[in-house]
Design a protein around this ligand. Structure first.
Ligand code: AHR
Length: 687
C-alpha cells in the first residue's frame, strides 16, 4: 500500500522499496510462490565461526569489519550482524540458483546503530548490481526493505546483506528474516484509492508548479522574447506565449540557467550599452538583449516570483552580492545602477540560488564538496549582507556525501537545497524510447525524493530546509558535445553542427502521453512529500523539452502542458492521506503499480479533487475510490486527458489531438473505469 503522509512515506521507502510490491492486491503477489530460496533465512543455524549457508566477505576495509551473529533477532534467537569502527564495505553473502527471465522479490528486515559514512545497510545482488533495496542508515529499529526484479539470463544469484559501500561505513547493522521468492505477475486491472479524513491533510506549496527558463536554444530568444515578431508586444514579449503561460498558473520561474549561468556575468545584461559575449557553456554568442531588467518585467507581467540562479562557476562572491544589491538594494553603487536603468523601486527578488550543478565535471567552475561548502557559506553571508530577507538555495546532490558536509557548513543560511533529475538521459543521443520504457520511469521521482528526505532527516535539518527540485523533466535535453568550458571558434563547422543538432529537442512526436503521465506522477510524488518539497521547476518551461512549443507563427501545447494546467488549476490546496493499491504493470525488468493517485481537498474537507493516472497503454482499469470511508456513487465531473493512443502528440497541424476533456464518470459501489493511458482529475463534493 502506498500512503502519502510523511510517516507512511517513510514506511513506503523502507517497507516497499522502489517497485512498490505492496501496492498490489495480495492475490497477485502470492500466486505461484515457491517459497523462500535463501538458506537459513532467520540465521538461527550456525557453523564454526559463521552462519550456515552464508559467507562473510569485504570489498574494502576487510580488517575493520566484524561479522557475527547477534543473540537476539527480530524473530527467533539470532540475527546476522556486521560492525565496523573504522570503515568497511562488507556483506554476508548466500548463493542461490534461480530461474532465468523470472520475477523475484528480495526482502528482509534491517536494524542499524550509528550507521554512517556511505550508502547504509541494504540487500543487494552482487552479480546484478542494479537490484537493491532502499538503504537503512543512522540508528533505526527493525525496518522491512524489499525490491522486485527480473532475473534476465542469470541462473545463479549472490545475495548480499550489505554493509555500506566504498569502505566508508561505520556503525553496526543487523539483518533478519531475509527472503527471496519467485512471484508471478498476473495482470490485475484493478485499483483502489482511499482518501482519508481531512484531519490528516497537509497544505502543499504551489511552487511545485514552477518553471525554469535558460538561455539555451529557443527558450528565451525566439521563445518568450522575440522583438520584431508580429506576435510580440512593444517589449518584445510574445503575446501568444504570455497568454498560454497564464493558463499554467506558474508561481515561480528560475532563470537564467542552468549550465549557462556558470559563465554568465549579469552586468553584461543590464543597462543601455550591452555587448554580445561568448556563451561558453552552450557554444553560441549571447546577445544580452534579455537580461535581469527584462526577466523581472516578464515575471511581473505574468505574476511569477523571480528566482535568480547566480554564477558560482567563474563568477565571484562579490558579483553574487552585487546582483542582490542591484535587484533589492535602496542604496549603494549597484542599487544606483538599477535606478539609472529606470527602476527606482527595489524589485525584492526573494529567492536566489547559489550556483547550478557545481558538483558536476560538466559545469564551468566545477567544485568538489570540500571547496563547495565553504564557498556556499561565503556567498550566502555576502548575499544576505546585501539583503537579509532573501531566501537561499544551493546546488546540491541528493546524497549524504554532498548534503551532510554542505549543511554542516552552510546549513544555517540555507532555506532550500537544489536538486535536479531527468529520467531519460538523451543528452548525446536523441532517442525516442517507447511508451512503456518511459512510463516505467514514473516511480523515479518518488524514490529520489523519499531517499533525499532520509538524508535531510539525518542532517538534522529536515523541516527547516526544504527540497527545491529546480530542474526536472522526463527527458534530458539533447545537446551533444556540450556543455563545454571553452569554445575556440564559434564558426567552427563542428560547433555549428552540434548547436544545430539541438533542434531535435523540438521534434513534436517526442512528447506523448508518456510525458503527460510521467509529469502527473512527478507532481504526485511532490504532493506525497508536501512537508519536504517546497519547489519544483519543470525544465524548461518553453521549447527544448518544455510543455509549450513556440514557433515563428504560433504555439503548440504539448501533452505535459495539459498535465501542468490540470494540476495547477483543478487540485484543491491540501493533500489528504491517500492509500493506493493497484495491480502491477510489468515491462522488461521493472514492475510499477498500474495506477498512481493523489487526493486533495480544501481546508474544510467539503470539496475534493482526486488525480488518477492509469498507466496501462491499452486497458482500462476498474478503480474503486473511497473518500472518508464513503465509496463514490453516481455521476462525477471529471477532466480527462488521454489522447487517442499512448503515442499521441500535438504538433502545428494537429495542436489539439491531445487535449483535456470535461466529462463525467459513473461510479457504482465505489468503482469507475479509468481509460487506458489517461490522467483524470475527479471533482468530488463532500461525501
Ligand atoms: O540539459 C540542460 C542542462 O541540464 C541545464 O543547463 C543544467 O542545469 C542541467 O545539467
Amino acid at each position: 500500500m502506498r500512503k502519502n503522509t510523511p510517516i507512511a512515506l517513510l514506511g513506503l521507502m523502507a517497507t516497499v522499496g522502489p517497485l512498490v510490491v505492496g501496492a498490489w492486491p495480495a492475490a497477485t503477489q502470492a500466486a505461484a510462490s515457491a517459497g523462500n530460496l535463501l538458506p537459513n533465512p532467520s540465521f538461527e543455524e550456525d557453523t564454526v565461526g559463521g552462519i550456515r549457508g552464508w559467507n562473510s566477505q569485504a570489498w574494502s576495509g576487510q580488517a575493520d569489519a566484524r561479522w557475527s551473529v547477534a543473540s537476539s533477532g527480530r524473530t527467533g534467537n539470532r540475527a546476522a550482524t556486521i560492525r565496523s569502527e573504522r570503515g568497511s564495505d562488507a556483506a554476508w553473502t548466500a548463493t542461490v540458483t534461480v530461474r532465468p527471465e523470472t520475477f523475484y522479490k528480495l526482502s528482509g528486515w534491517i536494524r542499524t546503530q550509528d550507521l554512517r559514512g556511505a550508502v547504509g545497510a541494504l540487500l543487494n545482488i552482487q552479480n546484478m548490481q542494479h537490484v537493491r533495496t532502499p538503504a537503512v542508515t543512522g540508528t533505526t529499529d527493525w525496518t522491512q526493505v524489499s525490491t522486485v526484479f527480473r532475473t534476465g539470463t542469470a541462473t545463479e544469484l549472490e545475495i548480499n546483506c550489505l554493509f555500506g559501500g566504498w569502505g566508508a561505513s561505520t556503525g553496526q547493522a543487523w539483518y533478519d528474516d531475509v527472503s527471496l521468492e519467485p512471484i508471478s505477475i498476473r495482470e490485475e486491472l484493478t485499483a483502489t484509492v482511499t482518501g482519508a479524513a481531512d484531519a490528516e491533510t497537509t497544505p502543499y506549496s504551489p511552487m511545485i508548479f514552477g518553471g525554469f527558463l535558460e538561455h539555451f536554444g529557443r527558450q528565451i530568444y525566439g521563445g518568450v522574447f522575440e522583438p520584431g515578431s508580429s506576435l510580440a508586444d512593444e517589449n518584445g514579449l510574445r503575446k501568444d506565449v504570455v497568454k498560454a503561460l497564464r493558463e499554467l498558473k506558474v508561481p515561480i520561474v528560475r532563470w537564467p540557467g542552468g549550465c549557462y549561468v556558470s559563465g554568465y556575468h549579469w552586468e553584461d545584461g543590464v543597462g543601455k550599452s550591452r555587448t554580445p559575449t561568448d556563451d561558453m557553456a552552450w557554444g553560441v554568442i549571447e546577445p544580452h538583449t534579455f537580461g535581469t531588467d527584462e526577466f523581472v518585467a516578464l515575471c511581473r507581467l505574468l505574476g511569477w516570483e523571480p528566482y535568480i540562479c547566480n554564477n558560482a562557476g567563474n563568477g565571484t562572491v562579490e558579483e553574487m552580492r552585487a546582483w542582490v544589491e542591484y535587484c533589492n538594494g535602496r542604496d549603494g553603487r549597484f542599487a544606483q545602477r538599477r535606478k539609472d536603468n529606470g527602476h527606482e523601486e527595489p524589485w525584492n527578488v526573494k529567492i536566489w540560488s547559489i550556483g547550478n550543478e557545481n558538483w558536476g565535471q560538466h559545469e564551468i567552475g566545477y567544485k568538489p564538496i570540500e571547496q563547495w561548502a565553504p564557498l556556499v557559506l561565503e556567498a550566502a553571508q555576502a548575499m544576505k549582507a546585501a539583503d537579509p530577507t532573501i531566501q537561499l538555495t544551493a546546488a546540491a546532490l541528493p546524497t549524504r556525501e554532498w548534503t551532510l558536509p554542505l549543511l554542516k557548513q552552510a546549513g544555517p543560511y540555507l532555506d532550500y537545497l537544489s536538486i535536479h533529475s531527468y529520467w531519460l538521459g538523451l543528452w548525446q543521443d536523441n532517442q525516442m524510447p517507447d511508451y512503456l520504457t518511459c512510463i516505467m520511469k514514473s516511480e523515479g521521482p518518488e524514490e529520489l525524493i523519499a531517499n533525499y528526505v532520509q538524508v535531510l532527516r539525518e542532517s538534522g535539518y529536515r523541516g527547516r530546509i526544504k527540497i527545491a527540485f529546480d530542474e526536472w523533466n522526463l527527458r534530458g535535453w539533447h545537446h551533444p558535445g556540450f556543455p563545454r568550458k571553452t569554445v575556440q571558434d564559434y564558426n567552427d563547422p563542428e560547433v555549428k553542427r552540434l548547436v544545430a543538432a539541438r533542434e531535435k529537442n523540438l521534434i513534436p512526436s517526442q512528447y506523448t502521453m508518456a510525458d503527460a503521465l510521467f509529469s502527473a506522477s512527478f507532481f504526485n510524488a511532490c504532493l506525497r512529500h508536501a512537508d519536504d518539497v517546497a519547489m519544483a521547476n519543470i525544465a524548461p518551461l518553453v521549447n527544448t523539452r518544455g510543455p509549450l512549443y513556440v514557433h515563428r507563427q504560433g504555439i503548440v501545447r504539448r501533452t505535459h502542458f495539459h498535465t501542468m494546467a490540470m494540476y495547477a488549476n483543478l487540485l484543491r490546496p491540501r493533500v489528504a492521506e491517500t492509500t493506493v493499491a493497484a495491480g502491477p504493470l510489468a515491462h522488461v525488468d521493472r514492475i510499477i503499480p498500474l495506477v498512481d493517485a493523489i487526493a486533495t481537498t480544501d481546508g474544510t474537507g467539503s470539496s475534493w479533487a482526486i488525480a488518477l493516472v492509469n498507466r496501462h497503454p491499452s486497458q482500462e482499469v476498474a478503480c474503486t475510490v473511497t473518500i472518508r470511508d464513503v465509496p463514490l456513487e453516481g455521476l462525477y465531473q471529471t477532466t480527462m486527458l488521454s489522447g487517442d493512443s499512448p503515442d499521441a502528440y500535438n504538433d502545428i497541424e494537429h495542436p489539439n489531438r491531445v487535449a483535456p476533456e470535461r466529462t463525467q464518470m459513473t461510479f457504482r459501489q465505489g468503482t469507475g473505469k479509468l481509460p487506458p493511458h489517461s490522467l483524470t482529475i475527479l471533482a468530488v463534493p463532500a461525501p
